[in-house]
Design a protein around this ligand. Structure first.
Ligand code: FAD
Length: 486
């Protein structure tokens, strides 16, 4: 039996391992941490449970098909519910907008609460669906770096549609043309942050993202996001994947044009193919050092990072839902801070995720498990202790002002996740959440490919390579690799 070695058990490493085991390989996964899942993990304390990283789940079919290709019924492992409200948005002037997943209800809400019409919203979401349909096959399901990817009819038709996909305007320019109310524009600009980008620089083609939520749906797994990791590990073990935790890979040994084995603290593991789920920067910096490749990867701007406070809150707030956003008044300045001066804006947009709204076991009765996140720059030479203390104060002041209640006095449990910790825990260079950003119109083409051109049996998956960051794209990278491996 041929052997495959997967470096890293993030969502993309798990999906690759399952796909390769199904292709007839005997798969070993080497993970530096004592637990699987990478960013997709959890924590708990004082009766509260929190998903540590991702909180928004879209395109669940990319998870369920891993069970199906393994001959299993997904429902025996993993269940999830579609959310009726995608997000509750709060503005400083008191306006509150509920983004219903029902497009007509959402459009009516915008019509009532802003100066934009329902028709404009529906038109914008139709365009989002058009971009998705025009690009799905070429950009999400295939390698962008194989000539045969460009020879299919579907690909050629995607290329013909390029002029209509807004790659030459920024997302903000497109949204400012579509809407006149700054609230609607902010709401749609925020989708750039779903892959850690800046809407004032990222191309308008990123307006594909609203379709993922409004068209295909946003979901919450029963048991929380961490159930995605748990159920995939269970499946992988059942079909024969072998896991080695506390096994950091320190190098990849090569011979001629082949990768032969990987080295860990406990010895060598050889494979007929080797798949790296580790951040591509880490691969070229530490595993197969290459100054030239490192320079190429580092030419692309890193995506933003995040600062998260996990707060057990001793009260329930009926106005909050699972996903909530408290908007800044000046989004442009916030992004200038993130990507230009690499600092944190004093009035940041705040995201509050409360899974206990639906998953009652996640918090004691009458309380809430608040995952409070702001976007922050990736790690450069900032004084993080000072920045974090300042941000915590500003976040508490803003939430208390908008909800009309002192929040600090309600905190019963607290943990933090900082960019530095994200880097240390998952080897994500500079603590970026999504690898490189999409802050230029050709970013999709510059993101690293899913295979090595030097070593013919070496492959790359995960958020730092094509097609990009976020759970759906990381899962797609595993699917692309599996298609590339004959
Ligand atoms: C706070 C936060 C919020 C997010 N929100 C969302 C969201 O709402 N929705 C969404 O879709 N996405 C979200 N994301 C992004 C999403 O989590 C990632 O894009 C995705 O989980 C990346 O998966 P991955 O497999 O590429 O990498 P990772 O999860 O980073 O996994 C890489 C794995 O490789 C291991 N590893 C690295 N180097 C080595 C080595 N040398 N040897 C052995 N093992 C190694 C690491 O320990 C890790 O387990 C969020 C991320 C964070 C941190």
């Amino acid at each position: 039996m041929k052997k495959a070695v997967v470096v890293g058990s993030g969502i993309a490493g798990l999906a690759s391992a399952i796909r390769l085991q199904n292709k007839g390989y005997s798969v070993e996964v080497l993970e530096k941490n004592s637990y699987p899942g990478g960013k997709l993990t959890q924590l708990s304390g004082d009766g509260f449970r929190f998903d540590a990283g991702p909180s928004l789940f879209t395109m669940p079919n990319l998870v369920t098909e891993l069970f199906e290709i393994s001959g299993k019924d997904p429902e025996d492992y993993f269940e999830y519910n579609r959310l009726d409200i995608l997000c509750n948005y709060f503005f400083e002037d008191g306006t509150r907008i509920s983004a219903h997943s029902d497009i007509n209800r959402f459009a009516d809400e915008i019509d009532k609460k802003t100066t934009d019409s329902a028709e404009k919203v529906k038109k914008h979401l139709k365009k989002s669906e058009f971009i998705y349909k025009a690009t799905e096959e070429q950009f999400l399901n295939r390698s962008l770096h194989k000539i045969d990817s460009f020879l299919s009819f579907k690909t050629l038709s995607s290329i013909l549609k390029l002029p209509f996909l807004n790659i030459f305007s920024s997302m903000n320019q497109v949204n400012e043309k579509a809407f006149k109310d700054s609230k609607t524009i902010r709401l749609f600009n925020r989708y750039a942050t779903y892959n850690g980008s800046n809407p004032y620089k990222a191309p308008g083609i990123l307006n594909i993202i609203p379709h993922l939520e409004f068209g295909l749906g946003a979901y919450l797994p029963k048991g929380g996001m961490h159930e995605i990791t748990n159920s995939l590990v269970k499946l992988a073990k059942e079909i024969g994947v072998e896991f080695h935790f506390n096994s950091e890979v320190t190098s990849i040994k090569t011979e001629g044009n082949k990768a032969k084995s990987v080295t860990t603290n406990s010895g060598n593991h050889s494979g007929d193919i080797i798949v790296c789920n580790a951040d591509i920067h880490t691969v070229y910096e530490k595993l197969i050092p290459s100054a030239k490749k490192l320079e190429e990867v580092d030419k692309q701007e890193r995506s933003s990072s995040a600062l998260i406070f996990y707060w057990g809150i001793g009260k329930e707030f009926p106005e909050l839902d699972v996903h909530n956003i408290l908007f800044t008044e000046d989004y442009k300045i916030e992004f200038n801070h993130l990507f230009d001066s690499k600092t944190i804006y004093e009035d940041p947009t705040i995201y509050i995720n409360i899974t206990s709204k639906q998953l009652k076991q996640d918090a004691p009765k009458g309380k809430g498990n608040w995952f409070v996140m702001i976007n922050v720059p990736s790690v450069y030479e900032q004084d993080w202790d000072v920045m974090i203390a300042e941000a915590r104060k500003n976040i508490l002041t803003k939430i208390s002002r908008i909800l009309g209640q002192d929040i600090e006095s309600l905190i019963e449990f607290e943990e933090q996740l900082t960019p530095q910790l994200i880097q240390d825990k998952t080897n994500s260079f500079k603590g970026s959440l999504y690898g490189t950003s999409s802050n230029n119109r050709f970013a999709a083409f510059f993101r690293h490919k899913n295979f090595s051109s030097e070593f013919k049996n070496l492959y790359f998956c995960g958020g730092s390579v094509h097609p990009g960051g976020g759970i759906p794209l990381a899962l797609s990278s595993a699917k692309i690799i599996s298609k590339l491996i004959k």
